[in-house]
Ligand binder design. Structure first.
Ligand code: CTP
Length: 404
Protein backbone atom coordinates (compact mmCIF):
# COMPACT_ATOMS: atom_id res chain seq x y z
CA UNK A 1 0.00 0.00 0.00
CA UNK A 2 1.05 3.59 -0.35
CA UNK A 3 3.53 4.19 -3.12
CA UNK A 4 1.94 3.66 -6.51
CA UNK A 5 -1.66 3.93 -5.30
CA UNK A 6 -3.68 6.74 -6.86
CA UNK A 7 -6.89 8.36 -5.74
CA UNK A 8 -9.23 10.61 -7.68
CA UNK A 9 -10.87 12.77 -5.00
CA UNK A 10 -14.14 14.42 -5.97
CA UNK A 11 -15.03 17.32 -3.68
CA UNK A 12 -18.70 18.27 -3.94
CA UNK A 13 -20.41 21.23 -2.28
CA UNK A 14 -20.90 20.97 1.44
CA UNK A 15 -19.60 22.65 4.55
CA UNK A 16 -17.64 19.43 5.28
CA UNK A 17 -15.48 20.16 2.20
CA UNK A 18 -12.91 21.76 4.50
CA UNK A 19 -12.24 18.31 6.04
CA UNK A 20 -11.07 17.00 2.68
CA UNK A 21 -7.96 19.17 3.01
CA UNK A 22 -6.94 17.05 6.00
CA UNK A 23 -7.82 13.90 4.05
CA UNK A 24 -5.50 14.95 1.21
CA UNK A 25 -2.68 15.78 3.66
CA UNK A 26 -2.92 12.37 5.30
CA UNK A 27 -3.12 10.51 1.97
CA UNK A 28 0.01 12.30 0.74
CA UNK A 29 1.77 11.40 4.02
CA UNK A 30 1.10 7.78 3.06
CA UNK A 31 2.54 8.33 -0.43
CA UNK A 32 -0.86 7.96 -2.07
CA UNK A 33 -1.14 10.21 -5.13
CA UNK A 34 -4.24 12.42 -5.07
CA UNK A 35 -5.80 14.20 -8.01
CA UNK A 36 -8.84 16.40 -7.30
CA UNK A 37 -12.01 17.31 -9.14
CA UNK A 38 -13.77 20.24 -7.50
CA UNK A 39 -17.46 20.77 -8.34
CA UNK A 40 -18.83 24.26 -8.88
CA UNK A 41 -20.65 24.09 -5.49
CA UNK A 42 -17.52 22.62 -3.85
CA UNK A 43 -15.59 25.72 -4.92
CA UNK A 44 -17.88 27.76 -2.67
CA UNK A 45 -16.35 26.00 0.32
CA UNK A 46 -12.69 25.31 -0.58
CA UNK A 47 -10.41 26.93 -3.10
CA UNK A 48 -8.73 25.14 -5.99
CA UNK A 49 -5.50 26.66 -4.73
CA UNK A 50 -5.62 24.85 -1.36
CA UNK A 51 -6.46 21.54 -3.03
CA UNK A 52 -3.64 22.01 -5.55
CA UNK A 53 -1.12 22.94 -2.85
CA UNK A 54 -1.92 19.91 -0.69
CA UNK A 55 -2.32 17.38 -3.51
CA UNK A 56 0.76 18.76 -5.33
CA UNK A 57 -1.19 18.37 -8.56
CA UNK A 58 -3.43 20.41 -10.79
CA UNK A 59 -7.09 20.65 -9.74
CA UNK A 60 -9.79 19.91 -12.30
CA UNK A 61 -13.04 21.82 -12.29
CA UNK A 62 -15.65 22.83 -14.80
CA UNK A 63 -13.82 26.02 -15.66
CA UNK A 64 -10.82 23.98 -16.72
CA UNK A 65 -12.65 21.05 -18.20
CA UNK A 66 -13.26 22.44 -21.67
CA UNK A 67 -9.65 23.24 -22.33
CA UNK A 68 -8.47 20.18 -20.40
CA UNK A 69 -10.41 17.84 -22.69
CA UNK A 70 -7.36 17.86 -24.99
CA UNK A 71 -4.83 17.32 -22.26
CA UNK A 72 -6.81 14.88 -20.15
CA UNK A 73 -10.34 13.76 -21.01
CA UNK A 74 -12.79 12.83 -18.27
CA UNK A 75 -12.41 9.17 -19.24
CA UNK A 76 -8.66 9.21 -18.65
CA UNK A 77 -9.08 11.27 -15.52
CA UNK A 78 -11.49 8.75 -14.03
CA UNK A 79 -9.48 5.72 -15.04
CA UNK A 80 -6.02 6.86 -14.07
CA UNK A 81 -6.88 6.14 -10.44
CA UNK A 82 -7.14 2.98 -8.36
CA UNK A 83 -10.01 4.37 -6.31
CA UNK A 84 -12.44 7.27 -6.75
CA UNK A 85 -13.41 8.93 -3.45
CA UNK A 86 -16.32 11.38 -3.26
CA UNK A 87 -15.88 13.44 -0.07
CA UNK A 88 -18.03 15.18 0.85
CA UNK A 89 -20.79 13.42 -1.09
CA UNK A 90 -23.91 15.58 -1.00
CA UNK A 91 -27.47 14.27 -1.38
CA UNK A 92 -27.40 15.87 -4.82
CA UNK A 93 -24.31 14.07 -6.12
CA UNK A 94 -25.55 10.74 -4.67
CA UNK A 95 -28.83 11.25 -6.56
CA UNK A 96 -26.96 12.01 -9.79
CA UNK A 97 -24.73 8.98 -9.31
CA UNK A 98 -27.73 6.71 -8.65
CA UNK A 99 -29.56 7.88 -11.77
CA UNK A 100 -26.59 8.27 -14.08
CA UNK A 101 -26.81 12.03 -14.57
CA UNK A 102 -23.60 13.46 -16.00
CA UNK A 103 -23.97 17.23 -16.17
CA UNK A 104 -20.56 18.39 -14.99
CA UNK A 105 -16.98 17.12 -14.93
CA UNK A 106 -17.37 15.31 -11.58
CA UNK A 107 -20.52 13.40 -12.48
CA UNK A 108 -19.24 12.69 -16.00
CA UNK A 109 -16.08 11.18 -14.52
CA UNK A 110 -18.20 9.15 -12.08
CA UNK A 111 -20.33 7.79 -14.91
CA UNK A 112 -17.28 7.02 -17.05
CA UNK A 113 -15.16 5.33 -14.42
CA UNK A 114 -14.60 1.60 -14.27
CA UNK A 115 -12.81 1.92 -10.93
CA UNK A 116 -14.15 1.27 -7.40
CA UNK A 117 -15.91 4.26 -5.89
CA UNK A 118 -16.12 5.23 -2.21
CA UNK A 119 -18.47 7.93 -0.92
CA UNK A 120 -18.42 9.89 2.33
CA UNK A 121 -21.97 11.28 2.57
CA UNK A 122 -22.39 14.66 4.26
CA UNK A 123 -25.71 16.43 4.63
CA UNK A 124 -28.43 17.59 6.95
CA UNK A 125 -30.05 14.79 8.98
CA UNK A 126 -33.44 15.15 7.25
CA UNK A 127 -31.85 15.01 3.83
CA UNK A 128 -29.91 11.88 4.85
CA UNK A 129 -33.02 10.21 6.26
CA UNK A 130 -35.22 11.13 3.29
CA UNK A 131 -36.39 7.98 1.50
CA UNK A 132 -35.02 9.38 -1.77
CA UNK A 133 -31.47 9.59 -0.35
CA UNK A 134 -31.78 6.23 1.40
CA UNK A 135 -32.97 4.58 -1.83
CA UNK A 136 -30.18 6.24 -3.82
CA UNK A 137 -27.60 5.04 -1.30
CA UNK A 138 -29.01 1.50 -1.40
CA UNK A 139 -28.88 1.54 -5.20
CA UNK A 140 -25.27 2.69 -5.13
CA UNK A 141 -24.22 0.17 -2.49
CA UNK A 142 -26.00 -2.52 -4.47
CA UNK A 143 -23.73 -1.60 -7.39
CA UNK A 144 -20.69 -2.00 -5.17
CA UNK A 145 -20.09 1.62 -4.16
CA UNK A 146 -18.31 1.68 -0.79
CA UNK A 147 -19.55 4.00 1.94
CA UNK A 148 -17.78 5.55 4.88
CA UNK A 149 -20.04 7.31 7.40
CA UNK A 150 -21.98 9.46 7.85
CA UNK A 151 -21.76 9.84 11.59
CA UNK A 152 -24.02 11.34 14.18
CA UNK A 153 -23.42 14.73 15.73
CA UNK A 154 -24.02 18.44 15.72
CA UNK A 155 -24.40 19.91 12.26
CA UNK A 156 -23.52 23.24 10.74
CA UNK A 157 -27.28 23.89 10.42
CA UNK A 158 -27.68 23.70 14.23
CA UNK A 159 -29.44 20.33 14.09
CA UNK A 160 -28.28 17.08 15.61
CA UNK A 161 -28.35 13.67 13.93
CA UNK A 162 -26.94 11.39 11.24
CA UNK A 163 -25.38 13.16 8.29
CA UNK A 164 -22.03 14.47 9.51
CA UNK A 165 -19.25 13.49 7.15
CA UNK A 166 -16.90 10.81 8.52
CA UNK A 167 -13.81 12.29 10.16
CA UNK A 168 -10.60 12.33 8.06
CA UNK A 169 -9.09 9.47 10.11
CA UNK A 170 -12.14 7.27 9.38
CA UNK A 171 -11.87 8.04 5.67
CA UNK A 172 -8.15 7.25 5.73
CA UNK A 173 -8.82 3.97 7.60
CA UNK A 174 -11.44 3.02 4.98
CA UNK A 175 -9.01 3.85 2.14
CA UNK A 176 -6.22 1.85 3.80
CA UNK A 177 -8.56 -1.12 4.27
CA UNK A 178 -9.62 -0.82 0.62
CA UNK A 179 -6.00 -1.03 -0.61
CA UNK A 180 -5.17 -3.85 1.83
CA UNK A 181 -8.27 -5.85 0.81
CA UNK A 182 -7.94 -5.12 -2.89
CA UNK A 183 -4.91 -7.37 -3.21
CA UNK A 184 -5.85 -10.18 -0.81
CA UNK A 185 -7.08 -12.45 -3.61
CA UNK A 186 -5.13 -10.95 -6.49
CA UNK A 187 -4.00 -13.60 -8.95
CA UNK A 188 -6.73 -15.98 -7.68
CA UNK A 189 -9.49 -17.33 -9.91
CA UNK A 190 -12.99 -17.70 -8.51
CA UNK A 191 -16.23 -19.14 -9.88
CA UNK A 192 -19.63 -18.38 -8.38
CA UNK A 193 -23.03 -19.75 -9.41
CA UNK A 194 -26.13 -17.75 -8.59
CA UNK A 195 -29.88 -17.49 -9.12
CA UNK A 196 -32.40 -20.12 -10.11
CA UNK A 197 -32.41 -22.13 -13.28
CA UNK A 198 -35.38 -22.32 -15.62
CA UNK A 199 -36.21 -25.70 -17.10
CA UNK A 200 -38.45 -25.47 -20.15
CA UNK A 201 -41.62 -27.54 -20.34
CA UNK A 202 -42.75 -25.99 -23.60
CA UNK A 203 -41.92 -22.67 -25.30
CA UNK A 204 -43.87 -20.63 -22.70
CA UNK A 205 -43.76 -22.66 -19.47
CA UNK A 206 -40.89 -23.61 -17.25
CA UNK A 207 -39.95 -25.09 -13.86
CA UNK A 208 -38.19 -22.59 -11.56
CA UNK A 209 -37.83 -21.66 -7.90
CA UNK A 210 -37.86 -18.61 -5.66
CA UNK A 211 -34.12 -17.83 -5.64
CA UNK A 212 -33.42 -14.11 -6.23
CA UNK A 213 -29.67 -14.44 -6.87
CA UNK A 214 -28.92 -11.74 -4.29
CA UNK A 215 -26.59 -13.88 -2.18
CA UNK A 216 -24.63 -15.37 -5.08
CA UNK A 217 -24.22 -12.01 -6.85
CA UNK A 218 -23.04 -10.43 -3.57
CA UNK A 219 -20.43 -13.19 -3.15
CA UNK A 220 -19.03 -12.68 -6.65
CA UNK A 221 -18.81 -8.92 -5.98
CA UNK A 222 -17.13 -9.48 -2.61
CA UNK A 223 -14.50 -11.82 -4.14
CA UNK A 224 -13.82 -9.23 -6.87
CA UNK A 225 -13.39 -6.51 -4.23
CA UNK A 226 -10.64 -8.66 -2.71
CA UNK A 227 -8.91 -8.72 -6.08
CA UNK A 228 -9.99 -12.15 -7.38
CA UNK A 229 -10.63 -12.75 -11.08
CA UNK A 230 -14.23 -13.75 -10.56
CA UNK A 231 -16.63 -15.38 -13.01
CA UNK A 232 -20.31 -15.38 -12.11
CA UNK A 233 -22.50 -17.94 -13.86
CA UNK A 234 -26.07 -16.89 -13.22
CA UNK A 235 -29.53 -18.11 -14.03
CA UNK A 236 -32.32 -15.59 -14.77
CA UNK A 237 -32.53 -12.93 -12.01
CA UNK A 238 -33.39 -9.24 -11.64
CA UNK A 239 -29.99 -8.47 -10.07
CA UNK A 240 -27.64 -6.14 -11.98
CA UNK A 241 -24.30 -7.58 -13.10
CA UNK A 242 -21.81 -6.89 -10.28
CA UNK A 243 -18.92 -4.53 -11.03
CA UNK A 244 -15.54 -6.05 -11.81
CA UNK A 245 -16.93 -9.54 -12.41
CA UNK A 246 -17.13 -11.52 -15.64
CA UNK A 247 -20.79 -12.54 -15.89
CA UNK A 248 -22.13 -15.47 -17.92
CA UNK A 249 -25.93 -15.56 -18.22
CA UNK A 250 -27.51 -18.99 -18.56
CA UNK A 251 -31.03 -20.40 -18.35
CA UNK A 252 -31.01 -24.11 -17.55
CA UNK A 253 -28.99 -26.37 -15.22
CA UNK A 254 -27.28 -28.00 -18.17
CA UNK A 255 -26.24 -24.60 -19.56
CA UNK A 256 -24.99 -23.63 -16.10
CA UNK A 257 -22.86 -26.78 -15.84
CA UNK A 258 -21.38 -26.19 -19.30
CA UNK A 259 -20.52 -22.56 -18.42
CA UNK A 260 -18.92 -23.68 -15.13
CA UNK A 261 -16.87 -26.33 -16.89
CA UNK A 262 -15.65 -23.73 -19.39
CA UNK A 263 -14.71 -21.35 -16.54
CA UNK A 264 -13.00 -24.14 -14.58
CA UNK A 265 -11.16 -25.50 -17.59
CA UNK A 266 -8.93 -22.46 -18.15
CA UNK A 267 -5.40 -22.01 -16.86
CA UNK A 268 -5.13 -24.73 -14.21
CA UNK A 269 -7.56 -25.40 -11.37
CA UNK A 270 -9.71 -22.60 -10.01
CA UNK A 271 -8.78 -21.40 -6.54
CA UNK A 272 -12.35 -21.37 -5.33
CA UNK A 273 -15.83 -22.29 -6.53
CA UNK A 274 -18.90 -21.13 -4.62
CA UNK A 275 -22.14 -22.78 -5.73
CA UNK A 276 -24.87 -20.49 -4.47
CA UNK A 277 -27.32 -21.16 -7.32
CA UNK A 278 -30.63 -22.84 -6.56
CA UNK A 279 -30.27 -25.25 -9.44
CA UNK A 280 -33.46 -27.01 -10.41
CA UNK A 281 -33.06 -30.65 -9.38
CA UNK A 282 -35.18 -31.84 -12.27
CA UNK A 283 -36.08 -30.95 -15.82
CA UNK A 284 -38.85 -32.11 -18.09
CA UNK A 285 -38.00 -35.51 -19.59
CA UNK A 286 -38.89 -34.13 -22.97
CA UNK A 287 -39.40 -30.55 -24.10
CA UNK A 288 -41.88 -29.92 -26.82
CA UNK A 289 -41.50 -27.26 -29.45
CA UNK A 290 -45.21 -26.37 -29.57
CA UNK A 291 -47.17 -24.92 -26.66
CA UNK A 292 -49.09 -27.70 -24.88
CA UNK A 293 -52.83 -27.15 -25.36
CA UNK A 294 -55.42 -28.01 -22.75
CA UNK A 295 -57.72 -30.73 -23.92
CA UNK A 296 -59.84 -31.39 -20.82
CA UNK A 297 -57.40 -33.83 -19.22
CA UNK A 298 -54.48 -32.74 -16.97
CA UNK A 299 -51.22 -33.87 -18.61
CA UNK A 300 -48.65 -35.74 -16.50
CA UNK A 301 -45.19 -34.17 -16.48
CA UNK A 302 -42.35 -36.70 -16.56
CA UNK A 303 -39.12 -35.40 -14.98
CA UNK A 304 -35.48 -36.46 -15.12
CA UNK A 305 -32.72 -35.41 -12.74
CA UNK A 306 -30.39 -32.55 -13.66
CA UNK A 307 -26.60 -32.81 -13.34
CA UNK A 308 -25.30 -31.70 -9.94
CA UNK A 309 -22.85 -28.85 -10.58
CA UNK A 310 -21.49 -28.71 -7.03
CA UNK A 311 -20.85 -32.47 -6.94
CA UNK A 312 -19.27 -32.33 -10.41
CA UNK A 313 -16.84 -29.61 -9.25
CA UNK A 314 -16.26 -31.35 -5.86
CA UNK A 315 -15.32 -34.58 -7.61
CA UNK A 316 -13.35 -32.83 -10.32
CA UNK A 317 -10.12 -34.79 -9.88
CA UNK A 318 -6.96 -32.92 -10.82
CA UNK A 319 -9.02 -29.97 -12.06
CA UNK A 320 -10.95 -29.74 -8.75
CA UNK A 321 -11.00 -26.14 -7.46
CA UNK A 322 -8.83 -25.90 -4.35
CA UNK A 323 -11.78 -24.80 -2.26
CA UNK A 324 -15.28 -25.99 -3.18
CA UNK A 325 -18.14 -24.35 -1.30
CA UNK A 326 -21.80 -25.27 -1.54
CA UNK A 327 -25.01 -23.90 -0.08
CA UNK A 328 -27.71 -25.92 1.60
CA UNK A 329 -31.13 -24.34 1.46
CA UNK A 330 -33.16 -26.27 4.01
CA UNK A 331 -36.49 -26.02 5.73
CA UNK A 332 -35.70 -28.40 8.64
CA UNK A 333 -32.68 -30.09 10.31
CA UNK A 334 -30.55 -27.40 8.68
CA UNK A 335 -27.10 -28.29 10.02
CA UNK A 336 -27.64 -32.04 9.92
CA UNK A 337 -28.70 -31.94 6.26
CA UNK A 338 -25.79 -29.63 5.46
CA UNK A 339 -23.29 -32.06 6.98
CA UNK A 340 -24.69 -34.87 4.86
CA UNK A 341 -24.55 -32.70 1.73
CA UNK A 342 -20.95 -31.69 2.43
CA UNK A 343 -19.73 -35.29 2.32
CA UNK A 344 -22.15 -36.44 -0.37
CA UNK A 345 -21.01 -33.69 -2.76
CA UNK A 346 -17.34 -33.81 -1.72
CA UNK A 347 -17.10 -30.13 -0.92
CA UNK A 348 -14.99 -28.34 1.66
CA UNK A 349 -17.57 -26.02 3.19
CA UNK A 350 -21.32 -25.78 3.15
CA UNK A 351 -23.08 -22.53 3.91
CA UNK A 352 -26.37 -23.71 5.36
CA UNK A 353 -29.47 -21.60 5.77
CA UNK A 354 -33.10 -21.99 6.68
CA UNK A 355 -35.30 -20.94 3.77
CA UNK A 356 -38.68 -21.71 5.35
CA UNK A 357 -41.15 -19.05 4.11
CA UNK A 358 -41.38 -17.38 7.56
CA UNK A 359 -37.61 -16.59 7.50
CA UNK A 360 -38.01 -14.33 4.43
CA UNK A 361 -34.58 -15.50 3.18
CA UNK A 362 -35.67 -16.09 -0.42
CA UNK A 363 -35.80 -12.65 -2.02
CA UNK A 364 -35.01 -10.86 1.27
CA UNK A 365 -31.89 -8.87 2.13
CA UNK A 366 -30.88 -10.73 5.30
CA UNK A 367 -29.53 -14.21 5.84
CA UNK A 368 -28.78 -16.33 8.91
CA UNK A 369 -26.22 -18.96 7.99
CA UNK A 370 -24.11 -21.72 9.51
CA UNK A 371 -20.70 -22.49 8.05
CA UNK A 372 -20.20 -26.26 8.06
CA UNK A 373 -16.68 -27.56 7.45
CA UNK A 374 -14.57 -30.55 8.44
CA UNK A 375 -13.62 -28.58 11.57
CA UNK A 376 -17.20 -28.19 12.80
CA UNK A 377 -20.04 -25.72 12.58
CA UNK A 378 -19.92 -21.95 13.00
CA UNK A 379 -23.20 -20.15 13.62
CA UNK A 380 -23.13 -16.65 12.12
CA UNK A 381 -25.46 -13.92 13.35
CA UNK A 382 -28.21 -12.62 11.09
CA UNK A 383 -26.43 -10.38 8.57
CA UNK A 384 -27.29 -8.61 5.34
CA UNK A 385 -26.56 -10.77 2.32
CA UNK A 386 -23.78 -8.33 1.45
CA UNK A 387 -22.24 -8.78 4.93
CA UNK A 388 -22.50 -12.59 4.61
CA UNK A 389 -20.70 -12.27 1.26
CA UNK A 390 -17.93 -10.07 2.70
CA UNK A 391 -17.43 -12.40 5.65
CA UNK A 392 -17.35 -15.47 3.41
CA UNK A 393 -14.90 -13.79 1.01
CA UNK A 394 -12.70 -12.91 4.00
CA UNK A 395 -12.77 -16.54 5.16
CA UNK A 396 -11.92 -17.74 1.64
CA UNK A 397 -8.94 -15.34 1.56
CA UNK A 398 -7.76 -16.63 4.97
CA UNK A 399 -8.06 -20.26 3.85
CA UNK A 400 -6.14 -19.65 0.61
CA UNK A 401 -3.49 -17.57 2.40
CA UNK A 402 -3.03 -20.38 4.96
CA UNK A 403 -2.37 -22.97 2.24
CA UNK A 404 -0.92 -20.97 -0.67
N1 CTP B 1 -26.49 -27.81 -6.58
C1 CTP B 1 -25.88 -27.87 -7.82
N2 CTP B 1 -26.46 -28.54 -8.83
C2 CTP B 1 -27.66 -29.14 -8.66
C3 CTP B 1 -28.31 -29.06 -7.40
C4 CTP B 1 -27.70 -28.39 -6.40
O1 CTP B 1 -24.79 -27.30 -7.98
N3 CTP B 1 -28.21 -29.78 -9.67
C5 CTP B 1 -25.80 -27.13 -5.48
C6 CTP B 1 -26.42 -25.84 -5.04
O2 CTP B 1 -25.85 -24.74 -5.74
C7 CTP B 1 -26.03 -25.82 -3.56
C8 CTP B 1 -26.02 -27.26 -3.17
O3 CTP B 1 -25.88 -27.98 -4.39
O4 CTP B 1 -24.70 -25.34 -3.41
C9 CTP B 1 -27.21 -27.73 -2.42
O5 CTP B 1 -28.34 -27.64 -3.17
P1 CTP B 1 -29.78 -28.10 -2.60
O6 CTP B 1 -30.77 -27.90 -3.66
O7 CTP B 1 -30.02 -27.47 -1.30
O8 CTP B 1 -29.52 -29.61 -2.35
P2 CTP B 1 -29.87 -30.82 -3.23
O9 CTP B 1 -28.61 -31.51 -3.56
O10 CTP B 1 -30.68 -30.43 -4.39
O11 CTP B 1 -30.69 -31.70 -2.24
P3 CTP B 1 -32.19 -31.54 -1.74
O12 CTP B 1 -32.94 -30.78 -2.80
O13 CTP B 1 -32.62 -32.93 -1.59
O14 CTP B 1 -32.13 -30.80 -0.45
Amino acid sequence: MGEGNRILLIVSGGIAAYKCLEVIRRLRERDIAVRCILTRAGADFVTPLSLAALSEDKVYDDLFSLTDENEMGHIRLSREADLVVVAPATANILAKMATGIADDLATTALLATDKPVMVAPAMNVRMWEHPATQTNMETLEGRGVLRVGPGEGAMACNEWGMGRMAEPEEIIAAVEKFFRDASRLSGRRALVTSGPTHEAIDPVRYIANQSSGKQGHAIAAALARLGARATLVTGPTHEPDPAGVEVVHVVSARDMLAACETAAGGDGPLDVAVCAAAVSDWRAAETVTDKIKKDGSAPALALVENPDILATLGNGGAQRPRLVIGFAAETSSVVENARTKRTAKNCDWIVANDVSPETGTFGGDANTVHLVSADGVEDWPTLSKRAVADRLAGRIAEALEAAP
